[in-house]
Design a protein around this ligand. Structure first.
Ligand code: UDP
Ligand code: MG
Length: 316
């Protein structure tokens, strides 16, 4: 019988652990009945400081494993650890906070199984009507930047909530980026992918772990791992400023030599110095971002450290 792995990372989700166990049990029963699939659960404890693990151990049913990481590594890495532990012919990733509706999970599964030619079915968050104008524009600009001139397109608002066949899973495991921008990596690996729109449920308990600052950091991750546009833009800008500076110099020389005009010294020097100084600093900072990414990758540390692996008693 084919095996479906559900990978779910969690960080301090004790309050929804019981509900998650119920969700998984229901799903397991239904995929067996409808699609003749076995289910295995792979949860990843991403450095929880509460007793979530204990509750999951008590409440989970069937075949499950919990990869307990040695500390918080962030959701992207936690997902990777979970995928590495998965053995299924199909792998579906869901959030432990139950924001991914049961019916959409079933839809992802049946859409993939219905079409032999599909390798991945991903979900697209359909909350555009709720988004502010400012956020929508920032989002479009971000996707434009990371997508321009790429050989692959990163779909807007497509998240980790998806199901993949084993070849696509193995491809993802071969990408050893330490600084992982998952959305980009999914697109980078290619394969036949199909998107499905859905509206996320509200969290069953607790609060989101993403602060605004964390989101900015993630976007920066996306830009530095998938786009050289900022660098090219600054180079171009520097080039244009340089040409303008030369023209201005020429104008000064000509007007002094031919017309004998007085050149206003202090203001022109000050503005040139501050414009160029500011641009230089900005470029240095930008270069620094890319260098920092290069340094992190070069250090060759493992992606994550496992503290313990918890297993169900059942086979597997
Ligand atoms: N999560 C995690 N590690 C982190 C942050 C979050 O494993 O460092 C888990 C979290 O427990 C949840 C999922 O990732 O199951 C999604 O996180 P969250 O609900 O905070 O994000 P949102 O749904 O608001 O985008
Ligand atoms: Mg959530």
């Amino acid at each position: 019988m084919a095996l479906l792995t559900i990978v779910a990372p969690f960080l301090n989700e004790r309050d929804s652990a019981l509900e998650f166990a119920t969700f998984a049990k229901r799903l397991g029963a239904e995929v067996k009945k409808l699609h003749d699939l076995d289910l295995e659960l792979v949860l990843v404890d991403d450095g929880s400081t509460d007793d979530s693990i204990k509750i999951y151990r008590e409440k989970l049913d069937g075949q499950w494993r919990i990869v307990e990481l040695s500390r918080n590594f962030g959701k992207e890495i936690a997902l990777f650890a979970g995928i590495e532990e998965s053995r299924g012919d199909y792998v579906m990733m869901v959030d432990a906070d139950l924001q991914h509706p049961y019916d959409v999970c079933m839809e992802l599964i049946s859409t993939l199984l219905a079409d032999d030619d599909l390798d991945v079915v991903y979900s697209i968050r359909d909350d555009r009507h709720k988004q502010s104008m400012k956020k929508a524009i920032a989002g479009s600009f971000f996707y434009w930047m990371i997508n321009s001139k790429q050989r692959f397109i990163i779909p807007e608002n497509a998240g980790d909530f998806r199901i993949m066949r084993r070849p696509a899973v193995d491809a993802l495991l071969r990408v050893r980026d330490r600084r992982r921008f998952n959305k980009g990596l999914y697109a980078w690996t290619g394969f036949r992918q199909k998107g499905i729109y859905y509206t996320p449920d509200v969290r069953s308990a607790g609060a989101t772990k993403w602060s605004r600052l964390a989101l900015v950091a993630l976007s920066l991750e996306g830009i530095t791992s998938f786009s050289a546009i900022p660098l090219r833009f600054v180079s171009l800008f520097g080039f244009v400023i340089g040409i303008l500076g030369m023209l201005y110099g020429l104008e000064i020389i000509i007007s002094t030599l031919i017309f004998g005009a007085d050149v206003p010294g202090f203001p022109s020097i000050m503005s040139a110095v501050s414009v160029l100084g500011g641009l230089n600093l900005a470029l240095l900072g930008l270069l620094g971002e890319y260098v920092w990414v290069a340094v992190s990758e070069a250090k060759d540390r493992p992606l994550y450290i496992v503290r313990r692996l918890h297993k169900s008693d059942a086979k597997g």
